[in-house]
Ligand binder design. Structure first.
Ligand SMILES: Nc1ncnc2c1ncn2[C@@H]1O[C@H](COP(=O)(O)OP(=O)(O)O)[C@@H](O)[C@H]1O
Ligand SMILES: [Mg+2]
Length: 423
């Protein structure tokens, strides 16, 4: 739990925000609880866009466009986006909560525990990340036309590791909104600060259009860092980082007793080529190379084994955090009770004049959600309406059946009356 800019828990539309788990140049990230009318509860992560960006027309248009595209993503290695909406003039993205750590936190936990990540788990994390990226890169619309999704911000804080050993990529396409003019990267702005260390050289120059190979390059940097236990280009001074990242002259992986070291170092080198055409050209190609290396060296890895490793080393931290969260959640029940009483008023809505609508900007209306699209007309089954001739035949069949039944009943009554009369 990091220090919050406001008192928590607090209500935000139908969400009860109760823990501030991250804050960047673009948004505050809250852990939130929602309740349905039937009492079902769900934990979500709410990424609430900072007010000055919620007022930025270009940013919001880009965010909406990207969120619409990324709402189509549904894959085990991609954090699921539930919704993008606006409440009290603040845009938010609601997504699946991953209990665990991001890659940055994992690296610092490892260094605190003076433990290095076993080679097979480093490779596993990158292979899973690549599966999520490759899926998004390949996604096409219903007509088969590629959607051209690129993550653009593959970095340690956007790779989440769950307590169950899942690896999931989050914040797909959001970086595009922060780079409204792709050629102009303002390091002091938004959340790009600190991310430049994972950018492909062609993305920093801004002269070339970036494609999926920029994402694969960033995955290569993550691999280099996981296997080396240190940062590749990231330095305290942001300008130095940018110069190193743009130069893209990665030192060869240091041999830490890896099996088939030369092969491994060659793979990493290929992934980190400055020239995109010398890199792996697709996620699948990169995955194939890594899995072949695992296989050749009889390195066995699975999600369960990775989860065991996490529990063995960081289980106590995770359980302590879970206990703290449960305690807060109990308090929310009481908070909700208090705030749902009819005598309680909603927090005052800001003066609408304070946030004048943008000229010609087709943003979201208050409370409107983007990702909950109405069901398509053809998806609703039409009620059964028999054709007229079928209907006539049906009524004919029904009336014949009725006559036969009536005749049988009459015969039965007559038989009973006759039986009693004869007695
Ligand atoms: N869906 C999620 N589940 C759990 N934690 C998350 C989720 N999304 C983000 N976080 C946490 O919030 C932190 C901040 O997220 P974010 O603002 O996107 O930072 P960044 O811009 O550095 O990626 C992440 O590093 C991660 O630890
Ligand atoms: Mg992020």
């Amino acid at each position: 739990m990091i220090e919050s800019s406001q008192n928590l828990p607090t209500r935000f539309g139908s969400f009860y925000l109760f823990d501030l788990i991250g804050r960047g140049g673009m948004a505050e990230i809250f852990l939130a609880k929602t309740f349905t009318s039937l009492g079902t509860e769900r934990l979500s992560v709410i990424k609430r866009i900072l007010p000055h960006l919620s007022e930025d027309k270009v940013f919001c248009e880009m965010l909406i466009a990207e969120a619409k595209l990324c709402a189509r993503l549904s894959h085990a290695n991609v954090v699921h986006t539930h919704d993008l909406g606006v409440i009290r003039d603040q845009y938010y993205i609601a997504m699946e909560y991953i209990e665990g750590f991001d890659l940055n936190q994992l690296l610092s936990l490892l260094s605190k525990a003076q433990t290095s990540l076993p080679l097979q788990f480093g490779i596993y994390i990158i292979m899973e990340t690549l599966q999520g990226l490759d899926y998004a890169h390949r996604l096409s619309d219903t007509g088969g036309a590629p959607l051209g999704i690129i993550h653009r911000d593959v970095s340690p804080t956007n790779v989440l590791i769950s307590t169950e050993g899942d690896v999931k990529v989050c914040d797909f396409g959001i970086a595009k909104a922060t780079m409204s003019d792709v050629g102009q990267i303002h390091l002091d702005e938004y959340h790009l600060k600190g991310k430049v260390a994972y950018m492909a050289p062609e993305a920093i120059g801004g002269q070339q259009a970036v494609d999926r190979r920029a994402d694969l390059y960033a995955a290569g940097i993550l691999l280099w860092e996981l296997l080396s236990g240190r940062r590749l280009y990231k330095r305290k001074d942001e300008n130095e980082t940018m110069a190193l990242a743009q130069e893209a002259a990665a030192p060869r992986l240091v041999d830490r007793g890896f099996p088939e070291y030369e092969r491994l170092a060659d793979m990493v080198e290929k992934a980190l080529s400055k020239n995109p055409s010398e890199r792996y050209q697709s996620g699948a190609e990169f995955i194939d190379a890594l899995s072949e290396y695992l296989h050749r060296n009889k390195l066995i890895v699975s999600q369960l084994k990775f989860a065991d490793f996490l529990m063995e080393h960081f289980g106590e931290d995770l359980y302590r955090h879970r206990r703290e969260r449960e305690k807060v959640l109990d308090e929310i029940g009481e908070y909700r009770e208090r705030h749902s009483r009819p005598d309680m008023v909603e927090p005052p809505t800001p003066d609408p004049d304070a946030f004048p609508p943008f000229d010609g900007f087709e943003g979201l209306e208050e409370g409107e959600s983007l990702l909950q699209t109405p069901p398509r007309a053809q998806a609703i089954p039409a009620p059964f309406q028999p054709k007229p001739q079928v209907f006539a035949r049906l009524s004919q069949e029904v009336s014949t059946t009725m006559w036969v039944a009536a005749a049988l009943a009459l015969v039965l009554v007559a038989a009973i009356v006759g039986f009693f009369a004869l007695r």
